[in-house]
Design a protein around this ligand. Structure first.
Ligand SMILES: Nc1ncnc2c1ncn2[C@@H]1O[C@H](COP(=O)(O)OP(=O)(O)O)[C@@H](O)[C@H]1O
Ligand SMILES: N[C@@H](CC(=O)OP(=O)(O)O)C(=O)O
Length: 456
């Protein structure tokens, strides 16, 4: 007899972009009664060039903040939900609730514009979950909307970049015996004051993982629009090989470095709860997808599992012939912390170091201030900021204790004239990281793919 599993399923924006997609999702839920908790994103892009509902809501919030007429935007948002509601014959009265919630968003009291933005954005998923619960009911399933507040999903007080508070898990676990299918909106929770705060962009994956850990699910199925996670981004490499199994730590490094198919922060609850993550395609649900677990399964022919690249990094280069190094990096970190800046890496030499950080945290003014403060605090011999780096990451459990992989990578990059501005190996035994100029990123990913995934 087959064992019964408890599954949490998450459907991304591409899976719920219009009525045709929603109907595939309904079939996926009908096909397996182990799918008990359904986490949904806001409707995503229906075609290339389309606008995700989350982005329309951001436009709406900005129009309200700037006291502009938002009618053309609210019309588009309402139309996205209406198309789905009409296709599933949701009663007009029920749809009216969704319409009036959208139009009523500016009337609430918000502590400031950051909380306003968070609430507007969160309604993309919230209203989609309300609507989808009605769709499932109309299709004969016993389903009910579950708000993150009721579920017990409490987050830090960071309106647009929140993190789950660990106490949430005990509260969420109380739902595990629910006999109904619970439809939960992704992307947001509530702070201790009861205000809506969202995760970072793409954060519905995080909600799915939190719910999966909370209800002690055996499997977290993450439905998207690709048959598997591939060894390189399919938008960069033509027809890359699919990865059918990988470890949590491989995926964490790859998603951090650009595999946007699954949010890097979503792996943490899955690791903590030891929940298997399976990435599957809503458009081809019988495809096997990619399973992510803690178990290693190395194929010696392919020591590398994947190659990722992520743009928009910058580096603050600091050189000083130091007689006394004590406290030097501490001073740098203090200055960054005073400005609320986080750094990603700090490779160093005998007399120099580079602080690698995400570029979107900095403005021109802030860069000038930082340089000024660093000069006063450190009296460096040289200091400058270099922009538009990409980080390139080669990841694989099979790389442990293998020799010659670094030279294989650097040879492949050199053949394509890719200049390395930073190399970092050893910090993690399963990855090599390279800093390169952003405009070399695609050539570099292709070169590494060809080197590590030759036709066997
Ligand atoms: N290595 C990779 N394997 C598969 N997809 C990838 C990879 N790297 C980036 N992607 C992109 O991730 C997309 C799916 O993620 P996303 O757009 O967030 O989907 P969803 O709308 O389901 O949340 C794919 O369509 C693909 O373009
Ligand atoms: N809708 C949110 C959250 C999310 O996870 O969306 P998606 O599943 O479409 O990546 C965003 O666009 O950021």
């Amino acid at each position: 007899m087959e064992e019964t599993l408890m599954k949490v399923v998450k459907f991304g924006g591409s899976s719920l972009a219009n009525a045709a997609q929603v109907s595939k999702v309904v079939n996926i839920i009908k096909a397996d009664d182990q799918r008990r908790f359904v986490v949904v994103s806001a409707p995503g892009k229906r075609f290339s060039g389309d606008i995700k509902v989350t982005d329309l809501l951001i436009q709406y919030a900005n129009a309200v903040i700037n006291k502009q007429d938002a009618t053309p935007i609210t019309d588009q948002i309402i139309a996205r939900y209406q198309e789905i509601a009409e296709a599933f014959a949701i009663p007009a009265g029920d749809f009216e609730e969704i319409r009036s919630t959208i139009l009523g968003l500016p009337q609430h009291d918000y502590q400031d514009n950051d909380y306003l933005m968070a609430t507007f954005k969160a309604h993309g998923e919230r209203l989609n979950a309300v609507l989808f619960a009605k769709v499932l009911t109309a299709q004969g399933l016993k389903a009910k909307y579950l708000d993150p507040r009721e579920a017990g999903l409490i987050v830090t007080d960071s309106p647009n970049d929140a993190e789950v508070i660990p106490e949430s898990y005990d509260r969420i676990s109380e739902w595990s015996a629910s006999s109904l299918i619970r439809v939960i909106p992704g992307f947001f929770g509530y702070n201790l004051q009861g205000q809506i705060c969202t995760f970072s962009r793409g954060g519905s994956d995080i909600t799915g993982a939190i719910i999966a850990r909370g209800v002690h699910a055996d499997r977290y199925e993450n439905f998207t629009d690709v048959n598997a996670i591939y060894a390189a981004n399919p938008a960069v490499v033509h027809n890359p090989i699919a990865i059918h199994h990988m470890t949590f730590r491989e995926m964490r490094e790859l998603s951090y470095a650009g595999f946007s198919v699954f949010h890097d922060e979503a792996l943490i609850p899955a690791i903590q709860g030891d929940v298997e993550v399976v990435v599957k395609n809503t458009n081809h649900p019988s495809e096997r997808g990619t399973s992510i677990t803690s178990t290693k399964r190395v194929n010696p022919a392919y020591p590398v599992s994947g190659i990722a690249s992520s743009p928009n990094f910058c580096g603050i280069y600091i050189r000083k012939y130091m007689l006394d190094k004590k406290g030097y990096s501490q001073k740098i970190l203090n200055i960054l912390a005073e400005h609320g800046l986080s750094y990603e890496h700090m490779p160093s030499g005998i007399d120099d170091l580079t602080v690698i950080m995400r570029q979107d945290q900095l403005t021109d003014d802030l860069e000038d201030t930082l340089i000024r403060e660093l000069v006063i605090a450190l009296r460096p011999d040289e200091i400058h900021i270099t922009h538009d780096y990409s980080l390139l990451m080669v990841v694989g459990e099979g790389m442990v204790n293998r020799t010659g992989l670094m030279s294989k990578a650097t040879d492949a990059l050199a053949r394509q004239n890719v200049k390395l501005v930073m190399v970092n190996q050893g910090a993690s035994e399963i990855s090599m990281m390279f800093g390169i100029q952003e405009d070399h990123a695609n050539i570099a990913v292709q070169a590494l793919y060809d080197a590590f995934f030759p036709d066997l």
